[in-house]
Design a protein around this ligand. Sequence first.
Ligand code: ADP
Length: 186
Amino acid sequence: MENVREYLGGRFTVVVGDICSFDGDAIVNAANTSLAGGGGVDGAIHRAAGPDLLEECKRLRQSTLPDGLPAGKAVVTGAGKLPFKGIIHAVGPVWRGGHADEERLLSSAYRTSLELAAKNGWKSVAFPAISTGAYGYPKDGAARITYRTVVDFLARKDTPERVSLVFFSRKDADIFLDSVESGDSR
Ligand code: ADP
């Protein structure tokens, strides 16, 4: 994975690569409400983790989450074959034009995931760009919310010590950097 930017003295890094090859305690999955796997980063994580992960998600559906996981929330599972202490499954909002609480729900997906990482004592966690693929959230708007949410959390808490935001392409990472560094959100 290629490191393209550091903020907060290195506590928050922007990297390019496959989130499954993150070197750290936990990764976040951009899951969907059904927790049934899917395309995009969700598919990549399930393929790499193996069938145990899907089984664990199914058990959650049968026990504590009969209606699935709503947008803005997150839940922890084991990591299957992946070398992490756990996987945090977060559901971002589907973009519906910007007047359906999307901002709050996207921020909540990040914040809830960070709270779960802290609760588990995980020192390093990697996020994908939640909602910016199939869910259609504009990348520049998502960048500003993501940046603000992560920076606010890290300013208040010591754990996790390190947060990485993983983009699948250099182009997406550059959109993030342009969005957070051009406006007043820095
Ligand atoms: P959502 O449904 O929340 O929009 P997607 O998985 O469709 O989630 O897309 C979220 C982002 O994850 C997209 O920017 C996509 O390019 C990226 N992505 C896809 N595969 C990977 C991967 N293996 N590692 C990191 N990011 C990935």
